[in-house]
Design a binder for this molecule. Structure first.
Ligand code: UFG
Length: 340
């Protein structure tokens, strides 16, 4: 079975590439490397011991994407490619709508022209309206609070409509909660440009001495210790979720949303404590005001993915932090050695 991974050099894409290749899939990565590095491809090949062909292309370039589809005979597409920074999307809404929506529409066109009608889409827990109670169920009302989130809601809608219009089409809409961790080899992991926005990359850089201290955004929420609670999921578990979704969609038509989370929330302070345990030292923190737009508590009801896909997260917070820390240390060594 041959699968195209758009954005396959990114954080979740690269881990999914490893899991799919190791499960016997023929994987082709398509990436424009706008927020990832070409060297990731070589690392995927090192880990798996198998080739990982890569096409450098931007999804907005219709003829180039068509050419990629003519060169290969794909059975399905896993669509990760897209801009993903919440704050940046508020400052540059046009760029977010253009990149994420137009890219997806070009991709659907190219797929349809070649008769490829299976997509696994990288959606997000951010598609749930902010006034929903926790835990989130797949049939809760959708909505978003920023342009990035709206692109996810809109792409889900587009895929539902494409599936309704063409009974040959099938799409899994995978709503990720908070993916963290790294491959246990320490060879691939999350590598955001500039100062990270998300908790784990920030904590890793504080532990590695690249940043002086962690700012905890509010400790006066109505949560057990007052700090924000999220459903962190190990990226290797998440990658396995894509493998299961590909199997599920093989003989199904229609659009199927799934939460991919653990169903359990951890607070910022719990994450910091788990990281301190693996890096062996206390991390400097300072409590700052709440970050605008943040919710007190977000976690999944994970029943549907368990029942339908057979998906249950296997790795806990300690493993997530241990793998993130190994990656942080190895990345520092690699950056120092190759200055890539
Ligand atoms: N936090 C801090 N300090 C930091 C960064 C984060 O205290 O430096 C706190 C936040 O306030 C929040 C928690 O850590 O309580 C997690 O924050 P993240 O930024 O890591 O993650 P979010 O839950 O805010 O957002 C993530 C993704 C989004 C996605 C959303 C889905 O980044 O892309 O989950 O719910 F839309």
């Amino acid at each position: 079975m041959s699968v195209l991974l758009t954005g396959g050099a990114g954080f979740i894409g690269s881990h999914t590439a490893v899991v799919l290749i190791e499960s016997g899939y023929d994987v082709v990565v398509l990436d424009n490397f706008s927020n990832s590095k070409p060297s990731v491809i070589g690392r995927i090949e090192q880990i798996t011991g198998k080739p990982c062909p890569c096409e450098e292309a931007d999804l907005s370039d219709g003829p180039l994407v068509d050419a990629v589809f003519r060169r290969h005979d794909f059975d399905a597409v896993v669509h990760f490619a897209g801009f993903k920074a919440v704050g940046e999307s508020v400052e540059k809404p046009r760029e977010y709508y253009e990149n994420n929506l137009i890219g997806t529409l070009r991709l659907i066109e190219a797929m349809t022209r070649r008769g490829v009608k299976r997509m696994i889409f990288s959606s997000s827990a951010t598609v749930y309206r902010a006034d929903n109670p926790v835990p989130y169920y797949e049939d809760f009302p959708l909505g978003a609070t920023n342009p990035y989130g709206w692109t996810k809601v809109m792409i889900e809608r587009i895929l539902c409509d494409v599936c309704a219009a063409d009974p040959g089409w099938g799409a899994a809409l995978l709503r990720y909660f908070n993916p963290i961790g790294a491959h246990p080899s320490g060879r691939i992991g999350e590598d955001p440009n500039g100062i990270p926005n998300n908790l784990l990359p920030y904590v890793s850089k504080v532990a590695g001495g690249e940043l002086p201290l962690l700012h905890i955004f509010g400790d006066d929420y109505d949560t057990p210790d007052g700090t924000g609670v999220r459903d962190y999921i190990h990226v290797m578990d998440l990658a396995r979720g894509h493998l299961l979704a590909l199997g599920y969609m093989r003989d199904r038509r229609g659009a199927f949303p799934f939460n991919l989370g653990t169903g359990k929330g951890y607070s910022v302070r719990e994450v910091v404590a788990a990281f301190e345990k693996v890096c062996g030292r206390a991390l400097p923190v300072r409590v700052d005001p709440r970050r605008p737009g943040d919710l007190p508590s977000v976690y999944a009801n994970a029943d549907r993915a368990r029942k339908e896909l057979g998906f249950t997260a296997r790795l806990g917070l300690d493993e997530m932090c241990a793998d993130a820390w190994r990656w942080q240390k190895r990345r520092e060594e690699a950056d120092g050695a190759t200055a890539e």
